[in-house]
Design a protein around this ligand. Structure first.
Ligand SMILES: [Zn+2]
Length: 325
């Protein structure tokens, strides 16, 4: 329960800040002069009901909460090679957060082969996809998948790659639980995205398996898949990419949503994330993120490379898009 406890104080702190801002905004005006003739006073209007309806707070991305989860994964747990105990600890934490938000969460095992991951030998073993559905979810009717890979290469604590994507995904899950988008969202923390050898088959194991196991009806009902992968390194523009072989409709819609919330974007083509598994199956997909940085796939991929404002920009864009569907 450690994580839920960590997230609750953040929400409480945000409320306290909002309340004290309210108090401060009440002006301490001058006292009225005492000799002014007083106007006849109206009797108290007892017939008018007192206002009891409080307008709902707009749901907003909480960058501090997202950054706290980046620190938790990268500093608190550390490198999360797809089959390691650390990976499974992180998967348990993601499951716990999503369950506390009211999602139905399932961990689906992902068997992976031994190999070479970015120059380090990795064993054969088991990773997992953590799949979270909102209450009453039906994958036979239109829905969206927002995903982020949870594993890292063995030598990297993976703050940017990809605690950043997981953290933004969890914030979007919190926002979706508070104010469900019209098209429901399935959230997936994918296992074993990082390579275990060369070539197109030896990476993205979690998403490749997921797509291979998708019933035809679920493929037909999928409106879009968005992969959040390396979304926290600061940049002038948020990269919005596809693999270059399928529809650009999701990329275009994300760019348009970003314009609506004044976030600059840059379109690009790459196949180095889980969106590619979907695009190869001719499913509509896009990826956010991929700004180059010095700590990539190294022990220097620590929280200081991640900018909470960039997490905020990416989360705000995805939320703007989700709420237009
Ligand atoms: Zn990645």
């Amino acid at each position: 329960m450690r994580l839920s406890r960590m997230l609750v104080p953040l929400a409480t702190a945000a409320l306290l800040v909002a309340c004290s801002a309210d108090d401060a905004s009440t002006p301490a005006g001058p006292e009225p002069p005492r000799d002014t003739p007083s106007l006849p006073q109206e009797p108290p209007d007892t017939a008018r009901p007192t206002a009891t309806v409080v307008p709902p707070e707009p749901v907003e991305f909480d960058a501090a909460a997202a950054f706290a989860f980046v620190e938790h994964l990268a500093d608190g747990i550390g490198p999360r090679e797809a089959t390691s105990a650390a990976f499974h600890e992180a998967a348990g934490d993601v499951e716990e957060v999503l369950t506390a938000l009211g999602y139905d969460v399932d961990q689906v095992p992902v068997p992976v082969p031994s190999g070479d991951s970015w120059g380090v030998e990795v064993p054969e073993g088991e990773s997992a996809n953590v799949i979270a559905d909102p209450p009453g979810f039906d994958a036979g009717t239109p829905y969206v998948i927002v995903g982020a890979h949870l594993d890292t290469v063995p030598q990297a604590p993976g703050a940017e790659d990809n605690a950043s994507g997981v953290a933004v995904m969890l914030e979007l899950a919190r926002m979706s639980a508070a104010d469900p988008p019209e098209v429901p969202v399935r959230f997936i923390a994918f296992g074993a995205e990082e390579p275990r050898g060369p070539g197109d088959a030896l990476h993205h194991f979690g998403s490749q398996q997921y797509v291979a196991d998708m019933p035809a009806a679920e493929q037909d009902a999928l409106v879009a898949m968005v992969s959040l992968d390396r979304v926290g390194v600061p940049a002038e523009a948020v990269p919005v990419c596809t693999g270059g072989t399928g529809t650009t409709s999701i990329m275009d819609a994300l760019v348009e949503a970003a314009e609506g919330v004044d976030v600059a974007t840059e379109t690009c083509e790459n196949r180095a994330s889980d969106h590619w598994s979907f695009e190869k199956a001719e499913l509509p997909a896009a990826r956010l993120g991929s700004v180059p940085y010095a700590g990539y796939h190294s022990p220097d991929d620590v929280p200081s490379v991640v900018d909470p404002d960039q997490l905020d920009r990416v989360g705000t864009v995805v939320w703007a898009w989700l709420t237009t569907l």
